[in-house]
Design a protein around this ligand. Structure first.
Ligand code: AMP
Length: 399
C-alpha cells in the first residue's frame, strides 16, 4: 500500500484543483436514478470549495468509445450534483479540454465548481495519451484523486494528470485505501475471507492471493460446487466448472502450505429448477441427487460460518453464498451477513465487502450500513483483492 498525501496536506485556497471523480451513475430517461456516488463525492468537493479552491470535476460516463455520444453526456449529473452541494455555484463545460473547458475555468471564482463533459468523448483518455494528459493537466494547478473505482485503469485522467501535477487523495479515496489497508494489508487476526459468486475461473487470481493472506477462506456460491466436484463429491445438475478441477486442487494445496483453512459446505439447499417458490430440500453434500441443483449453502454450513466468524477479527467478503436474487436461496448469505453486521456493531469485527453483486446481496440482507466498509468500486476492488498494483493508487505515492 502506498503512502499518499491527503487534503490535510493541501492548502487549496485560490488554486484551481482538478478532482477526478466517478460520476458513472445509473441514468434512466435522461435522469440519474441513483445519485449515491454523487452524494458520496460531495464531501471532497465541498471541503475544497469551502477552503477557497476553484474545483474542476473530471469524470467518465459509460463507454462512448472516444466519440461524442449525446446519451452519454454528463449533463444529467448537474442537477443531483447541485442538490448535493447546496449554496455552491456549479457550472458545466461542454468539453473537458479546449476552449469550452478553459473559458469555464477562467470565469470561476474561488469556492465555485465546474463539471467538465465526459472524458471518454476523447479516445486518448482510455489510451492514456500524453498530449491529452498535458491538455487536462494544463487546466489546473493541483490534482485530487477521488475515484478509487477507476484506479485500476491507466487512463490519462487517472495516471497522466497525476504525473503532471502535485497530487493528493480525496476523502473518498483516502477512506477506501485506509479501510483496505486495515482489512488485508495490516489486519488484526484471525482473518476470514468469504468468496462466493458464480465461477472459480473469474476469481482465480483473487483466490490465490487470499489463500496466502487470510487464516480462513470460505468458499460459497456456484464456485463451491466446483470445489466439491474437484474434491470428488457428486454435485448433481449444479453449476460447475469441471475443467477447473486441477486448478482447484492447486489452490487447496497452496492453502495447506500457507496454513489457510478452507471452509466448504457440509449441507446445501437444492431444487429441480431455479425459480421463486420452487420446492427445495436441504441435504448433506454427500447426497445430492443427479437431477437437483445446489442453489445455496445449507443452514448447518451457514451457522458454522457465522460461528467461526465470532473468533475472527477481520472479514473480507466478495460474492454471494447462493442465488440470493431468488428467495429462499438468499438464506445463507443473509444468515452470515447479519451475524457479521452484529459482530461489527459489537466492535469485535472489521468487515469489508465489495465487488459486483456483493453490494446487491448485502443490501438485500439489510446490512449495508452495518458493515465497517462497503466498497462502491467493482473492478478496482477485485483487482485489489487479487493483490494487483492499481496504477491510479501507485501514482499517488508520496514523493
Ligand atoms: P459473481 O459476479 O461471480 O460474484 O457471481 C454472482 C452470481 O453468482 C449471482 O448472480 C448469484 O446468483 C450466482 N450464484 C451464487 N450461487 C450460485 C449457485 N449455487 N449456482 C448458480 N449461481 C450462483
Amino acid at each position: 500500500m502506498v503512502a499518499f498525501k491527503t487534503l490535510d496536506d493541501l492548502d487549496p485556497a485560490g488554486k484551481t484543483v482538478l478532482v477526478r471523480v466517478d460520476f458513472n451513475v445509473p441514468v434512466r430517461d435522461g435522469k440519474v436514478s441513483d445519485p449515491t456516488r454523487i452524494e458520496r463525492a460531495a464531501r471532497t468537493i465541498r471541503e475544497l470549495a469551502d477552503k477557497g479552491a476553484k474545483v474542476v470535476l473530471l469524470s467518465h460516463f459509460g463507454r462512448p468509445k472516444g466519440r461524442r455520444v449525446s446519451e452519454m453526456s454528463l449533463k444529467p449529473v448537474l442537477e443531483p450534483l447541485r442538490a448535493a452541494l447546496p449554496g455552491i455555484a456549479v457550472a458545466f463545460a461542454e468539453d473537458c479540454v479546449g476552449a469550452p473547458a478553459e473559458n469555464a475555468i477562467k470565469s470561476m471564482q474561488p469556492g465555485q465548481v465546474v463539471l467538465l463533459e465526459n472524458l471518454r468523448f476523447h479516445p486518448c483518455e482510455e489510451k492514456g495519451g500524453a498530449e491529452f494528459a498535458d491538455d487536462l493537466g494544463a487546466l489546473g494547478e493541483v490534482y485530487v484523486a477521488d475515484a478509487f473505482s477507476a484506479a485500476h485503469r491507466a487512463h490519462a485522467s487517472v495516471v497522466g494528470v497525476a504525473q503532471r501535477l502535485p497530487s493528493y487523495a480525496g476523502r473518498l479515496m483516502q477512506e477506501e485505501l485506509e479501510h483496505l489497508e486495515k482489512a488485508l494489508e495490516n489486519p488484526e487476526r484471525p482473518l476470514m475471507a468469504i468468496v462466493g459468486g458464480a465461477k472459480v475461473s473469474t476469481k482465480l487470481d483473487l483466490l490465490v492471493n487470499l489463500v496466502a493472506k487470510v487464516d480462513v477462506l470460505v468458499i460459497g456460491g456456484g464456485m463451491a460446487n466446483t470445489f466439491l466436484h474437484a474434491l470428488g463429491q457428486d454435485i448433481g445438475a449444479s453449476l460447475c466448472e469441471k475443467d477447473m478441477a486441477e486448478t482447484v486442487k492447486d489452490i487447496v494445496a497452496k492453502a495447506k502450505t500457507a496454513n489457510c483453512d478452507i471452509v466448504l459446505p457440509t449441507d446445501v439447499t437444492v431444487a429441480e429448477t431455479l425459480k421463486e417458490g420452487v420446492e427445495t430440500q436441504t441435504i448433506s453434500v454427500k447426497n445430492v441427487p443427479a437431477d437437483r441443483m445446489i442453489l445455496d449453502l445449507g443452514p448447518e454450513t451457514a451457522t458454522h460460518i457465522a460461528k467461526r466468524l465470532e473468533s475472527c477479527r477481520g472479514l473480507t467478503w466478495n460474492g454471494p453464498l447462493g442465488v440470493f436474487e431468488v428467495p429462499p436461496f438468499d438464506a445463507a448469505t443473509n444468515t452470515v451477513a447479519r451475524r457479521a453486521a452484529e459482530l461489527t456493531e459489537e466492535g469485535r469485527l472489521l468487515s469489508v465487502a465489495g465487488g459486483g453483486d456483493t453490494v446487491g446481496a448485502l443490501s438485500h440482507a439489510g446490512v449495508l450500513e452495518r458493515f465497517s466498509y462497503i466498497s462502491s468500486a467493482g473492478g478496482a476492488f477485485l483487482e485489489w483483492l487479487e493483490g494487483k498494483d492499481l496504477p491510479g493508487v501507485a501514482v499517488l505515492q508520496r514523493s
